[in-house]
Design a protein around this ligand. Sequence first.
Ligand SMILES: *Cc1c(COP(=O)(O)O)cnc(C)c1O
Length: 224
Amino acid sequence: MSIKNNLQNIKASIPNHVTLVAVSKTKPVSAILEAYNAGQHVFGENKVQEMVEKHEQMPKDIEWHMIGHLQRNKVKYMASFVHLIHGVDSFKLLKEINKQAKKHDRVIDCLFQIKIAQEVSKFGISAQEVSKILSSQEFLELKNINITGLMGMATLTNDETQIKQEFNYLKNVFDSLKSRETFNFKPETISMGMSGDYKLAISCGSTMIRVGSSIFGARNYNIG
Ligand SMILES: *Cc1c(COP(=O)(O)O)cnc(C)c1O
């Protein structure tokens, strides 16, 4: 199946209110261009340098999403163009994003990454920590970020019941935070679901899915 066909099939199977982020990490510009020419203009990358290089080479109306774990010292390289940062997992990181966004006179949209998986390796913060951040005076001083929702990654398992529990948990956290809206916290997005579980994620309330291999084929990390 071609990239175009894969995209058409996925688009046809998801509701209109769900945003498809095409995860192009490790894939060459030629593959991204094929998706772009098929009408896909939202792409996700998990490494800043790779995203910066692709941004330079690709049409400028693409929305670039940073979906990976983010180091504070890398924020500056993408602050001029990044559309949405999915993996905000600390207040320190949020403050750095705010600082870099300010330099470019921008407001950068972000999602809090909530730890929903059981694996120790998955990043994210707890609902309690998010609640604490939202309550702090310092948060209200961040004028150059806007938290538009939450992101989560389920445990890598074939156990659908467990995945569903984790997605439901994220949806519950989202619902419980909705009433906490401020000028820089406007929750409307739940980013959850990947190639293997996006249909389940949508049934649990996802509004944004991050799909890579089902569009571009399997990734080969050895040859990049
Ligand atoms: C790689 C990645 C995806 C996409 O995974 P697929 O299984 O290829 O769809 C989604 N989200 C994050 C955070 C990723 O790193």
